[in-house]
Design a protein around this ligand. Structure first.
Ligand code: VGL
Ligand code: ZN
Length: 241
């Protein structure tokens, strides 16, 4: 059996109905699927990584920082690397130290049962860099049994602008991981980009349809096609929208 990492992308309150500021339609439907996949009597993951979108208030992706532009408009921006790109502008979301950035409570409970197999990947921490992929995050570890507090264990690429190599790739290779199983939100953004990173880092990449939901149905469909055309696998398609 090849060693497998379970990657849980951005299951945070701001992406979840009913109150998330960027709630993904039907996003709550993935929760029971994920909770089941964290049942230790059924599954044996070598590594579990939960990613968190983790923005400062002045993040480049927030429409509020580009007045008079509005959320869901697109605009051309230049990021900290000097790259011009088309940014989808978002409502303020997943701001550090707010409830919106926290992982869903039962997910935290489930993760605690796995002890030091669990890491967090936090991304989007640099004010002038958009970061959808968990592979662009820095790694923190799940620290105490009672409190969901975390200790940073790798350099924050957001602080240094350009990671030489993805901290998550380094970590998964260190652990001998060959395969990743991906669930989370949103299919058309962070799940897509995480899957593409995993494929280009040569991990055998499996995305679980019932465990993902997207923001736009059309982009969600395209995202799954793109993952498959690049060599990933999406199982149980059709349950994701
Ligand atoms: C995401 C939009 C903005 C995601 C993050 O988690 O898919 N989407 N930031
Ligand atoms: Zn974001």
């Amino acid at each position: 059996m090849s060693k497998t990492a379970f990657l849980i992308i951005d299951v945070q309150y701001d992406f979840l109905p009913p109150s998330g500021s960027l709630a993904v339609p039907d996003g709550e439907a993935i929760l029971p699927v994920i909770h089941d996949l964290l049942d230790q009597s059924k599954w044996d993951w070598s590594v579990i990584v939960a990613s968190q979108d983790y923005h400062p208030q002045n993040h480049i992706s927030f429409a509020s920082n580009h007045s008079p532009h509005k959320p869901f408009e697109k605009m051309t921006l230049t990021d900290a690397r000097g790259t011009s790109y088309e940014q989808a502008l978002w409502p303020d979301h997943c701001i550090q130290d707010t409830r919106g950035t926290q992982l869903e409570a039962k997910l935290v409970e489930d993760l605690k049962t796995w002890g030091d197999k669990v890491k967090l990947a936090r991304k989007g921490t640099h004010e002038k860099l958009e970061a959808y992929s968990a592979f662009e995050g820095y790694i923190t570890s799940f620290q105490t049994p009672d409190e969901p507090t975390f200790e940073q264990t790798s350099a924050d690429p957001g602080k240094t602008v350009l990671p030489k190599q993805s901290p998550l790739t380094i970590y998964l290779r260190e652990k001998g991981i060959e395969k990743v199983v991906i669930v989370g939100l949103a299919t058309d953004f962070c799940v897509l980009q995480t899957a593409l990173s995993a494929i280009s880092a040569s991990f055998d990449t499996l995305v679980l349809g019932p465990g993902i939901r997207g923001i736009s149905p059309e982009d969600t469909h395209k995202a799954m096609q793109r993952i498959e055309s690049l060599g990933g696998t999406v199982v149980d398609k059709g349950k994701e929208n």
